[in-house]
Design a protein around this ligand. Structure first.
Ligand code: ADE
Ligand code: ZN
Length: 326
């Protein structure tokens, strides 16, 4: 459609992307062979057909298993380069990427191996495509806060190349308040703060992320819509929400894209953005997420432009860098 062509051509920033969730089955297979790792799958097709989830935990089990093929700095470089090269075609000009260091250090892969490969790809993308990048280190919320403190300690040599910390993995039963102290420490270190909240968890978790973690940006936030006072607060505080339509569909946060709340969020004045979350697992990168909502919802040209502008507004670029993109 004409609206989709318009969306595809607009410059965008991606603010909610787990780099380990961009691992395509083809690369997973190649890295398994290169590193002589046994996968429980015999072919690329078998990997793809295993990607059937009915909730977040089903997905996470497969996601953590998939990342076991990532062993060397070159693997992390190849993974990151493949993602950056792919979204360049979607007119993504700036990315703020999440990585899960504990998903690697727990397997004996050093922190420096993972971050080293990612940062080398960032440098090359700047030189080759003029793409700007930032890195956000996520703490796994199903693990103790003490482990998050250990991870923050391991990050010390790279702090000037890490923009912020986030909170991801199994949401229900692991509220933001569990990480209040480590987020306070990250803030003292000058890091930006984001957290997944209100994906499967209740509005109460969004309040905790705001009040106890003092987040700068809210990842997902869908269930905020259940609480009128919370909606009004998010609007008033101009909080950016990193919404992930195809992820919401695949993890059954919504029944189908025609019932996706993104249009309602925009109509309420929330600063929503479009993101892919884990594109290899959820069936699409940035523009496929736009296609999903454009086909399913009655979005206007203004809505589409607002979504793209919100992505730069809500980014951690400087005001000058934002002006250059808007
Ligand atoms: N890790 C990777 N993707 C995630 C998501 N959508 N929610 C929580 N943790 C994640
Ligand atoms: Zn996510």
């Amino acid at each position: 459609t004409e609206l989709m062509a318009y969306a595809a051509a607009l410059p965008k920033a991606e603010l909610h992307l787990h780099i380990e969730g961009s691992l395509e089955p083809e690369l997973m297979f190649k890295l398994a062979q290169r590193n002589k790792i046994e996968l429980p799958y015999k072919s690329v097709e078998e990997i793809r057909s295993a990607y059937q989830f009915s909730n977040l935990q089903d997905f996470l089990d497969i996601y953590y298993q998939g990342m076991s093929v990532l062993q060397t700095e070159e693997d992390f470089f190849d993974l990151t380069m493949a993602y950056l090269n792919r979204v360049r075609a979607d007119n993504v000009r700036h990315v703020e990427i999440f990585f899960d260091p504990q998903g690697h250090t727990a397997r004996g892969v050093p922190f420096g191996t993972a971050i080293g490969g990612i940062l080398t790809a960032f440098s090359l993308a700047k030189i080759q495509f003029g793409m700007t990048t930032k890195l956000i280190m996520c703490f796994l919320r199903h693990l103790p806060e003490e482990d998050a403190f250990d991870t923050l300690k391991q990050a010390e040599p790279w702090l000037d190349q890490i923009s912020g910390v986030g909170l991801d993995s199994s949401e229900v039963g692991h509220p933001p308040s569990k990480f209040e102290r480590v987020f306070a420490r990250a803030k003292e270190l000058g890091l930006k703060l984001v957290a997944h909240a209100g994906e499967e968890g209740p509005p109460e978790y969004v309040y905790e992320a705001l009040d106890q973690l003092t987040i700068d940006r809210l990842d997902h936030g869908n269930r905020s819509l259940e609480d009128q006072a919370l909606i009004e607060r998010l609007v008033r505080e101009e909080m950016t929400l990193t919404v992930c339509p195809l992820s919401n569909l695949k993890l059954c946060v919504v029944d189908d894209l025609t019932s996706h709340p993104i249009k309602r969020m925009l109509d309420l004045g929330l600063r929503a953005t479009i993101n892919s979350d884990d594109p290899s697992y959820f069936g699409g990168y940035m523009n496929e997420n736009f296609k999903g909502i454009i086909d399913a919802l009655d979005l206007s040209k203004d809505d589409v432009r607002t979504l793209c502008e919100n992505s730069f507004r809500g980014s951690f670029l400087s005001d000058g860098e934002k002006r250059a993109q808007l």
